[in-house]
Design a protein around this ligand. Sequence first.
Ligand SMILES: [Fe+2]
Ligand SMILES: [Fe+2]
Length: 326
Amino acid sequence: MTTTADGNAAADPGLQRHFDRRISAEQRIEPRDWMPDGYRATLVRQIAQHAHSEIIGMQPEGDWLTRAPSLRRKAILLAKVQDEAGHGLYLYAATETLGVDRADLTGRLISGRQKYSSIFNYPSRTFADVGVIGWLVDGAAICNQVPLCRSSYGPYARAMVRICKEESFHQRQGYELLLRMMAGTPEQRAMVQDATDRWWWPALMMFGPPDAESPNTQRSMAWRIKRHTNDELRQRFVDMTVPQAEKLGVTLPDPELRWNPERGHHDFGEPDWAEFRRVVSGQGPCNAERLRRRRAAHEKGAWVREAAAAYAARRQAERERTEAPA
Ligand SMILES: [Fe+2]
Ligand SMILES: [Fe+2]
């Protein structure tokens, strides 16, 4: 067997051709199909990071569950946070179709070897943050994720269809909360503006570094895992959000933000990429806290996993006993 420079077994040229043809014909790749090692590794990394983000993303809003201002707001928030747990679950299941183990991925997350979205390392200071997270963070997630419904890997694309439907509920519940607050007292309006000021730039960073600094983008696009570059998606998000901010009556904290009639898009300022790199490398305001809590929850859940495994083993033994020929 020959090996390539990166140590992988060289692909059978016939299999590689078949794979390439399927990709360019916009056909889905399924778990049983042959795929290049790099394609599999890219998917595992991307889907695992996505799954981790859903799970860690439960924390900033989960912090407000016990302090929601009404039963109605509590029920909405509870449903939303539970949805995020479900998203994590679908996505971990999608990674398992690629031959990795969920327990191993969780180990990588809690030991800090695998990343999650930088956005969840910012604190949620007031209840207005719950609304702004729904509006901007789930809004940015929708921009990122709608094109992933057409991703070339079948299980990922199918998981994204359902996730996107739920994300759109998340975005609306956030926006509806903000509309209510903006119709309230001057203090409530000030809370919404303050939360918008704090979350705007981190939301823009959710699309990842500028295209020139994102070396994997072209390969992911050639494989039709990604459909648009980071900068394209960021632009789409800004164009979508500006009219929503106007309707809401808040100011987006960017003096360079303005409509550019020649481009047919909004111009906007540059996010602080040094801050982005700091947060991604673990130095954000809540990185340590997020991982500490995730680790503690995992340890506290050990007895559930043990009980489930013991139950499964007993069921298996019972099945073998009853199916054994007399
Ligand atoms: Fe989600
Ligand atoms: Fe969401």
